[in-house]
Write a protein that binds this ligand. Sequence first.
Ligand code: NAD
Ligand code: ZN
Length: 452
Amino acid sequence: MLDPANAAALGQDGWVFCLTAQPGEIMARLDHDRQRRPLLDVPEPVERIRELLQRRAEAYGRFHQISTSGQTPEQVALAIMQTIREREQATEGHTLARLSVTHPAGAYVVVVGYDLLPALRQLAGLEGSIAIITDSQVGPLYAARCGPAACLVTIPAGEQYKTLATASLVYGQLLSAGMDRQGTIVALGGGVVGDLAGFVAATYMRGLNFVQCPTTLLAMIDASVGGKTGLDLPQGKNLIGAFKQPAAVIADLAVLPTLPAAEFAAGMAEVIKHGLIAQPQLLKKVGSREWRLAVGDGEAMAELQSLIIDAVQVKRDIVQADPFEQGRRAVLNLGHTFAHAIETVSEYGVGHGQAVAMGLVAAAHLSALLGYCSSLLPERIEGILAHQGLPTRIPAGLAPETLLAAMRSDKKKSAGRLRFVLLRDIGAVFITDEVEEAAVLSTLQARRASGG
Ligand SMILES: NC(=O)c1ccc[n+]([C@@H]2O[C@H](COP(=O)([O-])OP(=O)(O)OC[C@H]3O[C@@H](n4cnc5c(N)ncnc54)[C@H](O)[C@@H]3O)[C@@H](O)[C@H]2O)c1
Ligand SMILES: [Zn+2]
């Protein structure tokens, strides 16, 4: 089992499970039989078990893990059967990729694969009734794939509906459908649906189980992971919210062919952002093809699946280390101080992903201007974004002074100063509120498209 070649051979035409237990429990189970376990014939056998497990962690990690601590043999058998059933139903012809995310109250799994919605209940381990919250674009296309639901709530598509008024209508529909705390809210849609449904799941009857089924690339790699939910107020975006961790994130790639090209590109901007924050390798992958064309092409879909997993992993590692955004998690705002100003001043004529693309280059430009990184970095980043069809110049119609004023009123300013995430290099970012406004202005001027 420790030899990777054996592990691969065993996995080829059978299922292999690794039954795990806490070191103390392993010891208790083996105590009667210690003489026949020479490896444990030491003064501190529990320590020894811990050490052996650690040494074998990588080898054992190749197999699907089933925890047996505190479980009866029947429960363990059921868990194995359940896993086999899930996989058979969900993966016919395709492989599943999974990534687990831990948070202060537990853990959940992000599953990325093809045609997963029909196996939603099994994949997310759901039992009671479910209420699907979706929007007017996604619902008609994909709600039926999720199987029967006690209640299907459809909100109008668009950021302008991410409000308390919409949430209030949703609460009403859940009540009429008799949803109680035993049920589960399923968010089927992009980040708008995920944020709103997550807020509803956090607050309806003081909270019930919540599953994310992200249908945009942006929601798959960013919004659905990390437990932040939010609603907008007339005064600004995401001013209301709650932390609500999902019980599972099920990302079904089969919904991507209908995603408009601009939305796909917007997701790629955030994938690139994740690469810039923590994974130079991811940027190489991004540059290796035009990903929009991968959608629907069988072999390329497997590559897209792995690209998504890599991008989720960057977010996972950051949110795990700072679940309530008390510090480091703010690096996920790379490019966003610029982007929010561009979105606001253009009156949302520039979409979020497009604004992020402009913002990422601006952040690199500012970093280079202040001497933190090479002067070649902005151009390199610009090339990566442009290759995915993203705009990188700030529209000429958006005056630098107006953008700067918008930044000043952004909620992310700290103690009256503008806050930026800057780059020392790809994979090396830091947060600062020590940037002079003159440097910001000069970046905005330099990044402005010519002709206005
Ligand atoms: N909670 C977080 O951590 C977090 C992180 C990033 C962004 N967000 C939020 O996410 C939102 C943006 O999310 P988004 O970009 O997914 O936008 P979105 O939810 O508005 O979706 C974009 C558009 O695509 C449509 N759509 C979605 N999936 C589709 C599909 N498969 N086929 C056809 N059409 C489809 C939607 O109906 C919508 O019109 C913002 O409100 C933002 O604040 C939250
Ligand atoms: Zn963003």
